[in-house]
Design a protein around this ligand. Structure first.
Ligand code: PLP
Length: 376
């Protein structure tokens, strides 16, 4: 059986006709940038994410840049960021003119290590931090981060690009963030038909500034309070996202079933791998199946899966400090946990609509790949 790493058609096909009707209406009404679809989406997101203000924007990277700028983070500011994450948070810090400081991950939850972060603050005096809620869950120290940052006057921007639907103690993790961001890149848990993103905050003044920054820093049509960006959401994307969000419960359920299947399957194989999962009290959204191999490298395993017709990914095969533009970046340690993890990680197929037969075929292929290393 061939299994793709991701198959978006399974979630797009059921809403195809509705989306085509919506898009026809957009064309008829020339609803291209902003408009009722965007307003409707922002309202739905406010309810779903349990936040008071949502500002839709063009993508999750702009959301980070604009979020930092809205907090007043720019030249001269030092911003902590985990060494294991997608490149965007690093880019955003550099784009606003600030200085990134790389922090290692905790091998327990794979999120930015809280103790190392606190030690790093004593040394570097952070002005801000980007806490990335990575892999479909969040740090076991989420509240500690929020309290510590508040106490030490560190502006905390929470990157929730991968965490749509994640809850802690039954409450959306976006609900109590000072400011958070999200990406609706098509492969995300809630994905658009192109690029899209949003910025969330409970603070109405901050929300107003964010809205202006997303629209050239505008005060009026040709008057400007800030030097901002053109990061407005297209009406067509908003209409698509409104349809997607209506089927989100089923999509989450499907992802979580697959994640649970993989966890159960590999529970008896702890000498081969660790299947990472959300910390206690955190409800994952099943964004990724994150497997840390004990002996064979992720590259070896993905080659073996490919031979069996099974798609896989390696999130992420290199850490930030190993990317050429980031090699001289300040850091709080030798970053050994993230560097090791990046060599050993392998992600099996996991997407809304995946079947249990596909999960089984993927898991069996990976198990076979682990055993090759035992014999050789
Ligand atoms: C953790 C994280 N932050 C930021 C982004 C950037 O989002 P986008 O691709 O919408 O710019 C992504 C996604 O791709 C991501 O995974």
């Amino acid at each position: 059986m061939r299994v793709p790493f991701i198959d978006l058609k399974r979630i797009v096909t059921p809403i195809r006709e509705q989306v085509l009707a919506d898009w026809t209406e957009c064309l008829d009404n020339t609803e291209f940038v902003g408009g009722p679809g965007v307003q409707n989406l922002e309202k739905k997101l406010e309810a779903y994410l349990e936040t008071t203000h949502v500002v839709a924007c063009a993508n999750g990277t702009d959301a980070l840049v604009i979020g930092l700028q809205a907090l007043g983070i720019g030249r001269g500011a030092k911003v902590a960021v985990p060494n294991m994450t997608f490149w965007s948070p690093y880019e955003a810090i550099v784009q606003v003119g600030a200085t990134p400081v790389l922090v290692d991950i905790s091998p327990r939850d794979l999120q930015m290590d809280f103790e190392e972060f606190c030690r790093g603050h004593e040394k570097f005096k952070f002005d801000a931090a980007i806490l990335v809620h990575l892999f479909g869950w969040t740090s076991e120290h989420l509240e500690n981060y929020r309290e510590y940052c508040k106490k030490h006057n560190i502006r905390l921007l929470e990157d929730g690009a991968q965490s749509f639907g994640v809850k802690k103690n039954n409450r959306s993790i976006y609900a109590d963030a000072e400011i958070s961001t999200i990406s609706f890149y098509p492969a995300k848990v809630l994905g658009a038909a192109g690029d899209a993103g949003a910025i969330m905050t409970p603070d109405p003044k901050l929300a107003e500034k964010i809205r202006a920054l997303c629209n050239h820093g505008r005060a009026g049509h040709y008057t400007y309070d800030y030097v901002g960006w053109n990061s407005r959401l297209s009406g067509l994307q908003a209409r698509f996202l409104n349809r997607m969000i209506d089927q989100i419960d089923g999509m989450l359920e499907s992802r979580i079933s697959a994640e649970t299947y993989y966890q159960n399957f590999f529970a008896k194989h702890s000498s081969d791998c660790i299947v990472h999962k959300a910390p206690q009290g955190v409800q994952s959204n099943g964004y990724l199946c994150v497997i840390e191999s004990i002996r064979r490298t992720g590259d070896e395993l993905s080659a073996s899966l490919r031979d069996d017709g099974i798609g896989s990914a390696r999130t992420y095969p290199q850490t930030l400090c190993e990317q050429p533009p980031a090699q001289d970046t300040l850091r709080t340690s030798d970053l050994k946990h993230s560097k090791r993890f990046s060599k050993m990680v392998i992600n099996l197929p996991l997407f809304a609509g995946i079947t249990m037969d596909e999960c089984k075929a993927s898991a069996e292929s990976l198990l076979k790949a682990f055993k090759v290393s035992v014999q050789s």
